[in-house]
Design a binder for this molecule. Structure first.
Ligand SMILES: NC(=O)c1ccc[n+]([C@@H]2O[C@H](COP(=O)([O-])OP(=O)(O)OC[C@H]3O[C@@H](n4cnc5c(N)ncnc54)[C@H](O)[C@@H]3O)[C@@H](O)[C@H]2O)c1
Ligand SMILES: *[C@@H]1O[C@H](CO)[C@@H](O)[C@H](O)[C@H]1NC(C)=O
Ligand SMILES: *[C@@H]1O[C@H](CO)[C@@H](O)[C@H](O)[C@H]1NC(C)=O
Length: 311
């Protein structure tokens, strides 16, 4: 048995650390990101899954503009090639590979090719994602499996491919594009929420594993935005815009870039919902429903149409 006096002192010491870090965190949160020192990414090799469209495309353009070498992984050759052309046209460095991120063997094979062609990836952005947009019992098994495969399982394969070199150097950055749906269950998004909660959990545990094993040089950022106007959630409408509205992709990506470049741990978008994931777990479930009802977040999927082509 440990001496109770030692246990007591340890308790006080832990309490002091909790207060200290929460205070630091609070100060860090009120300082605008624009004022913080931003890391130089001009020597980075950034791999963005799903970089051919939506916020993946905008992140690719932003990183290229900052001088980074951008590698786009997408199942859609045409759009990925389009973004590469756009970047090269503006004088940037970009490459694209056609790969289905759900296919672990294809991920490993393409990762080898990337290392051969370009070099070691220093920033990995797990961004590719899909949504079935169907109520649970209307959702075919195939789509449920696919949603879990793209939105979370694929992260394991890309991590296994690119984390070893980051660990070796104790340097690098893993960015998980999750969603607010990774903190709040939403009607009409049962499979999607499950996959995003899983992605949030993956990031959290990975962060702890890196800290615990002395690899804190590898940074983790998890991004949890509300709906963004990219086409992925076409048709979704808020009953009224109180506190939040559907986000503009340019704004979302501006915040994401800032979070990555300042090594921010968690990014919730919009800011007005910053405390919601924490508060939600303390609240009574009916209180959570009442809050969501303000702008009808549980009804928002009713008008979902999505993109024309759906797979
Ligand atoms: N749009 C939103 O409202 C919103 C909100 C919160 C979070 N997110 C998340 O942000 C991420 C990007 O969303 P977006 O709105 O830019 O979507 P998007 O549909 O515009 O882009 C997704 C990209 O991923 C690619 N992709 C899909 N499956 C793939 C696979 N198996 N392998 C490789 N590439 C694949 C697609 O071809 C596409 O280029 C997703 O993870 C999404 O869940 C989006
Ligand atoms: C992708 O498109 C480019 C040209 O647009 C073509 O050269 C290339 O072979 C295509 N790759 C695949 C895997 O289809
Ligand atoms: C508005 O809706 C979103 C989800 O659609 C929800 O996350 C948010 O909490 C809601 N805001 C308010 C103020 O109810």
């Amino acid at each position: 048995m440990e001496n109770p006096v030692i246990t007591f002192i340890l308790l006080l010491w832990t309490l002091a650390k909790i207060c200290f870090y929460n205070f630091l965190g609070f100060i860090d949160n009120i300082i605008p990101g624009e004022w913080k020192p931003k890391k130089d990414v001009s020597k980075d090799i950034v791999l963005i899954t799903g970089g051919g469209s939506g916020i993946g495309r905008l992140m690719s353009l932003s990183f290229a503009e900052l001088g980074a070498t951008v590698i786009i992984w997408d199942i859609n050759n045409e759009t990925a090639q389009g973004v590469v052309k756009e970047i090269r046209g503006a004088g940037g460095k970009a490459y694209s590979y056609v790969v289905d991120c759900c296919d672990n063997e294809a991920v490993y094979k393409t990762a080898d090719k990337v290392r051969e062609d370009i070099g070691h990836v220093t920033i990995l952005i797990n961004n590719a994602g899909i949504v079935s947009g169907k109520k649970l019992l209307q959702c075919p098994d195939r789509l449920i499996k696919k949603t879990m495969d793209v939105n979370v399982n694929a992260h394991f394969w890309t991590l296994k491919a690119f984390l070893p070199n980051m660990l070796e150097k104790n340097q690098g950055h893993i960015v998980t594009i999750a969603s607010l749906a990774g903190h709040l269950g939403v009607s009409g998004l049962v499979d999607y929420c499950a996959s995003k909660f899983a992605a949030v959990g993956l990031d959290d545990a990975l962060y702890h594993e890196l800290q615990y094993t002395g690899k804190s040089g590898v940074k983790c950022t998890v991004v949890c935005p509300f709906y963004i106007k990219t086409g992925m959630f076409d048709g979704v409408k808020a009953k009224r815009a109180i506190m939040v509205d559907i986000l503009e992709p340019e704004y979302a990506v501006e915040r994401i870039m800032l979070a990555i470049r300042t090594n921010q741990r968690v990014l919730i978008l919009p800011r007005s919902l910053y405390f919601f994931p924490g508060l939600k777990n303390l609240w009574n479930p009916k209180a959570v429903m009442a809050f969501c009802d303000l702008n009808g977040s549980q009804q928002m999927m009713e008008t979902y149409s999505g993109r024309q082509k759906q797979d």
